[in-house]
Design a protein around this ligand. Structure first.
Ligand code: PLP
Length: 493
């Protein structure tokens, strides 16, 4: 009996657990060659609560079941080969199917699958990785605190900056300023630091967090050059500091380039001005580099590209290319000299801080990034090529103002184009044009993410020029299909 028939028969017996075990128990079906997609969807919908998902809607459509990855491609359980324009979720930077990472993980699991680092103990991969990160990070960073995710790392930041100011005797200096539409994770503190109103409204807010506007030229730059707007948008930080009282403000947090908010690339004047303001009021600067760290923008860290000197750097995602979970905070000398040198106990930590298996995966992943010179490729070779190919999509009737920075890029779907990005006529917010477009992307074998009507990509850093051409070709075909679809729906003339 084939797996499909087996699964089906078991389903009818209502032994759901056995059914799913059968569906994944032999490697052939694990590779998706004989998976009963309908059965998997049924179980998925019955038991698996997905992140950021409307389950009633998901139950109607059914989840796409991903079964295999190789390089920049994924395969679903129906055998479709799909190019991954989003690196999983901004993380699979070295691409899928890297045997050397799975071997490093296997070896570490065989040797020491776990030990904690709480009670005066440590482990070799964690020490090696901390040392390597101190080498790779900007000069003032010699210490790292490990977590399992970006959210936990930003939680750590909240506690670290508050502890820092407490130790210095400034017990009121507890407020952290983030940005509207910023994304810093989904724990309570991560959601609060981020600026997603939908998350704040669902229990994601804590006291002592404030927000300023994002440096989104398309949204707020009317009548200004980009350079002028960068200064204005950074000025919102100074206004907020003065409104709250500088003696109350602990830190500012931002992503060098906003990711989940829609690949918002700030004007070049923005970050240096933010730095100047933080320095002026002696406020700690936290760069959330969960996406921008480890080469995504064509520099090892986005902070270097933006010419800022943060005090803390959040990392996760790309540190292991997503093969296993790992995150952390790089701690610069200003905070380290207080917190570590004279802070005593810092009552904070996770069971998996410095997990040996995660650290082993990160070591091998970072070796690949260095040996294959992926950061310089994104800086001077494939990155500029991607930018040129992607920005040529400006000729498409639906597309306004495509832009790119390293290996992130975005374009706006608009009803009517104009020279200035803020003069373009948007589609109605209820028309769901971004999601319609995203569907056509999938159908054309390319994963692109929709943030409202902004379509974004963040491909694996290993993507070649030939694959970039293939990707942009697929995007163009999908845009054509979207255009035809919108015309049929009467949404585009
Ligand atoms: C993804 C992300 C996070 C959260 O990381 P998790 O591992 O999902 O907790 C935090 N900050 C940024 C900028 C991110 O993109």
């Amino acid at each position: 009996m084939g797996t499909r028939a087996f699964v089906a028969s078991r389903m009818t017996l209502n032994t759901t657990r056995e059914a799913i075990m059968a569906a994944i128990s032999d490697t052939k079906s694990a590779a998706g060659q004989d998976v009963d997609t309908a059965a998997v969807r049924k179980l998925d919908s019955a038991h698996f609560i997905h992140p950021f998902t409307d389950h009633a809607a998901l139950a109607d459509k059914g989840a796409r079941v991903m079964v295999r990855g190789e390089g920049v491609y994924l395969w679903d359980s129906d055998g479709n080969k799909i190019m991954d324009g989003m690196s999983g979720l901004w993380c699979v930077n070295v691409g899928y199917g890297r045997t050397s990472i799975s071997q490093a993980v296997y070896r570490q699991m065989e040797t020491l699958p776990f030990y904690n680092s709480f009670f005066n103990t440590t482990n070799l991969p964690a020490v090696q990785l901390a040392t390597l990160l101190a080498d790779l990070a900007p000069p003032s960073f010699k210490h790292v605190f490990f977590t399992s995710s970006g959210s936990e790392a930003n939680d750590t930041n909240v506690r670290m900056v508050r502890r820092y100011w407490d130790l210095l005797g400034y017990k009121d200096r507890h407020t952290i300023i983030g940005r509207i539409n910023g994304y810093h994770g989904s724990t309570v503190a991560g959601a609060a630091l981020g600026g997603m109103s939908g998350m704040h409204a669902q229990g994601g807010m804590i006291p002592g967090v404030a927000h300023i506007g994002q440096p989104n030229y398309a949204e707020s730059g009317r009548g200004m050059t980009e350079a002028e707007f960068g200064i204005v948008a950074a000025g919102w930080l100074e206004e907020k500091i003065l409104e709250l009282g500088p003696e109350k403000v602990a830190a500012f947090i931002g992503e060098p380039v906003q990711g989940a908010g829609g690949v918002i690339i700030p004007p070049s004047t923005y970050w240096p001005e933010i730095q100047r303001i933080c320095d002026k009021y002696e406020i700690l600067l936290i760069a959330d580099e969960v996406i921008t760290g480890f080469g995504r923008l064509g520099a090892m860290f986005g902070s270097e590209l933006m010419q800022i000197k943060p005090d803390l750097i959040t990392f996760a995602k790309g540190v292991t290319s997503g093969y296993v979970p790992l995150g952390g905070v790089l701690v610069g000398s200003r905070v380290a000299s207080v917190l570590i040198d004279k802070g005593g106990d810092f009552n904070h930590g996770f069971t998996y801080s410095g997990h040996p298996v995660s650290c082993a995966a990160a070591l091998e992943n970072l070796r690949i990034i260095q040996d294959e010179k992926l950061v310089s490729a994104v800086a001077v070779d494939t990155g500029p090529y991607l930018r040129q190919a992607f920005c040529a999509l400006a000729s498409h009737p639906l597309v306004s103002h495509p832009d790119a920075c390293g290996f992130v890029a975005g374009l706006n779907l608009v009803k009517k184009k104009a020279d200035a990005v803020y003069d373009c006529e948007p589609f109605g917010s209820d028309d769901g044009v971004g999601m319609i477009c995203r569907g056509h992307m999938f159908n054309n074998g390319i994963i692109m993410r929709a943030v409202g009507d902004r379509m974004i990509i963040a491909p694996p850093l290993v993507m070649t020029k030939v694959q970039i051409d293939e990707m942009v070709g697929r995007i163009r075909d999908a845009l054509d299909a979207t255009l035809a679809d919108l015309r049929q729906r009467g949404l585009f003339k």
